[in-house]
Write a protein that binds this ligand. Structure first.
Ligand code: SF4
Length: 440
C-alpha cells in the first residue's frame, strides 16, 4: 500500500514553525510522506496563529476553500492546531461553521497527534483535544528540521508579561524554561550532525532561567552553548527590552559564536503608549539600551517590532515613534497595524484609533523606515561578509541566497553544492532589504 501524504500550512512565529517541524517528525514516524500539493494530501494540518487578525482570517478562508476538496475526497483528514485552537471562541467557530474539520488540538499536546489521528479514523467523529500549559511531554518529540545546517531550539515556553495587546500569555501559558542540560544536549547532537547555526527560541529569552528554581541566566546559557563543537553561529529571539541585562550585553560582546544581531521589539516610541501597552520601559530606557549594546558590539544589526494605531495613540505619540526610529536607525523591522485581539486588555480600550488614521500613519512609518534600512545596508558596500548559504533563489536557479552574521539576506551566483556552507561574499549592490555580491 502506498504511503499516505501530508501537508502542513504554518502561520505565525518561529515557535510555530518549529512546532510544525515536530509535527512533521511525528507524521513521518507514522509512515506519512510530505507533499506540497493539498489535492494529493491525505492529511492537511493548519498550524495557526492568533497574534494578528489577518492570520486568523486567512485560516478561516483556507478552511472554507477546503470544503469542496473534502466533499470529493471524503477520506481526507483535516486538522487545525496552534494558538488559535487554545481559544475556546475560535474552536467554537470551527466546530460550528467548518464541520469538515476532523481534528482540533492545541499547542501543548502535539505529541498526542498519532493517537488523535487513530481515534478519528476509528470513530469518524471530530476529535478535540486541548490541554493548558504543559509542554514537558513535548520534550520527547524530535523535529523533522527544514534545513540540515541551521535549526531552531526552544529554550522556554509561554510568557508572563501580559502586554495589553498580546494574546500569547493566554494561548501559550505561563513562562517556563527548559532545563539547561536538555537544551545543551539537543544542541550538542545538532553540532555532531553538522548543524552550523542555531536559533534559541522563546517569547522572552532574556528572562530564561527564572522558573528553574536555581540560579541560571540566559547569559550563562549562551556561554555554555558557545562551547559546543560544530556550532558556529548562535542567534536568539525574542528579547524583551526590560530584561536585557548588562550581564547579557557582556556575553553577546564576548562570545565569538553569538551573532551580531539583536531583535529588540520597541512597539512604540511614546511613553504614554508604552505604559498603556504594559511594556515596563520608557523610550529613554530603550535608547539607553541601544547605546549600551552598540558600544559593546559596534557592528550589531538591530531589528524591532512596531505597532501603529494602538488605542489612544495620538499624532504626538506617533511622532515620538518616528523620532525613536530615526535615533535608533534600525536594520529591519516588523511593522503592524494594531488589530483588536479579543481576550486582551487593549481590546476593551474605548479609544480605538480609526482605520483611516492607522493606515495613514502606517504609510508614514514605512516612508521613514525604508530609507533607514537602505542607509544601514550601505555600510556593507564593497565589504566582504561571511554568508551561510541557505538555498537557491526562488527567481533564478543560478543564484544562491544566504545570511550574514548580522542577519542580512545576500544574493550571489554559485553552485547549489554550497548550500549549508560558509562562504565569503563581496557586496557590490545594496538595496533596502537585500545585498548582492559575488563569492571571493
Ligand atoms: S512579551 Fe508581550 S508581546 Fe511578547 S509574547 Fe509576552 S505578552 Fe506577548
Amino acid at each position: 500500500m502506498k504511503n499516505k501524504k501530508y501537508t502542513i500550512v504554518t502561520y505565525g512565529c518561529q515557535m510555530n514553525e518549529h512546532d510544525s517541524e515536530k509535527i512533521s517528525w511525528l507524521l513521518e514516524k507514522m509512515g506519512y510522506e510530505w507533499t506540497d500539493n493539498k489535492k494529493e494530501s491525505d492529511l492537511i494540518i493548519y498550524n495557526t496563529c492568533l497574534v494578528r487578525e489577518n492570520a486568523e482570517l486567512r485560516v478561516y478562508g483556507q478552511l472554507g476553500a477546503l470544503k469542496n476538496l473534502k466533499r470529493r475526497k471524503p477520506d481526507l483528514v483535516i486538522a487545525v492546531c496552534g494558538c488559535m485552537m487554545q481559544r475556546e471562541e475560535a474552536r467554537n467557530v470551527i466546530l460550528s461553521k467548518y464541520k469538515h474539520v476532523d481534528i482540533i488540538f492545541g499547542t501543548s499536546n502535539i505529541h498526542k497527534l498519532p493517537q488523535l489521528i487513530n481515534r478519528y479514523e476509528q470513530t469518524g467523529k471530530t476529535v478535540v483535544d486541548i490541554v493548558e500549559d504543559d509542554r514537558e511531554t513535548i520534550e520527547e518529540v524530535e523535529a523533522n528540521r527544514k534545513y540540515s545546517f541551521k535549526a531552531f531550539v526552544n529554550i522556554m515556553y509561554g510568557c508572563n508579561n501580559f502586554c495589553t495587546y498580546c494574546i500569547v500569555p493566554y494561548t501559550r501559558g505561563r513562562e517556563k524554561s527548559r532545563e539547561p542540560e536538555h537544551i545543551l544536549k539537543e544542541i550538542q547532537e545538532l553540532g555532531e550532525k553538522g548543524y552550523k547555526e542555531i536559533t534559541l527560541l522563546g517569547q522572552n529569552v532574556n528572562s530564561y532561567g527564572k522558573t528553574l528554581g536555581y540560579d541560571y541566566s540566559f547569559a550563562k546559557l549562551l556561554r555554555e552553548v558557545n562551547k559546543i563543537d560544530g556550532i558556529e553561529r548562535i542567534r536568539f529571539m525574542t528579547s524583551h527590552p526590560k530584561d536585557l541585562s548588562d550581564e547579557l550585553i557582556k556575553a553577546i560582546s564576548e562570545l565569538d559564536k553569538v551573532c551580531e544581531q539583536l531583535h529588540l521589539p520597541v512597539q512604540s516610541g511614546s511613553n504614554r503608549v508604552l505604559k498603556a501597552m504594559n511594556r515596563k520601559y520608557t523610550k529613554e530606557d530603550y535608547i539607553l539600551l541601544i547605546e549600551k549594546i552598540t558600544k559593546a558590539v559596534p557592528n550589531i544589526a538591530i531589528s524591532t517590532d512596531i505597532i501603529v494605531g494602538f488605542p489612544g495613540e495620538t499624532e504626538e505619540d506617533f511622532n515620538e515613534t518616528l523620532d525613536l526610529i530615526k535615533k535608533v536607525k534600525y536594520d529591519s523591522a516588523f511593522t503592524f497595524l494594531y488589530s483588536i485581539r479579543e481576550g486582551t486588555v487593549a481590546a476593551n480600550m474605548k479609544n480605538q484609533v480609526p482605520n483611516r488614521i492607522k493606515h495613514e500613519r502606517f504609510q508614514r512609518l514605512l516612508d521613514t523606515i525604508y530609507p533607514i534600512f537602505y542607509e544601514q545596508n550601505l555600510k556593507y558596500m564593497n565589504k566582504v561578509v561571511e554568508v551561510l548559504v541557505e538555498e537557491v533563489s526562488k527567481n533564478n536557479d543560478n543564484v544562491l541566497t544566504g545570511r550574514t552574521r548580522t542577519g542580512k539576506l545576500v544574493h550571489f551566483e554559485g553552485d547549489k553544492s554550497l548550500i549549508g556552507k560558509l562562504v565569503n561574499v563581496k557586496i557590490t549592490t545594496v538595496k533596502s532589504f537585500t545585498l548582492e555580491g559575488y563569492i571571493i
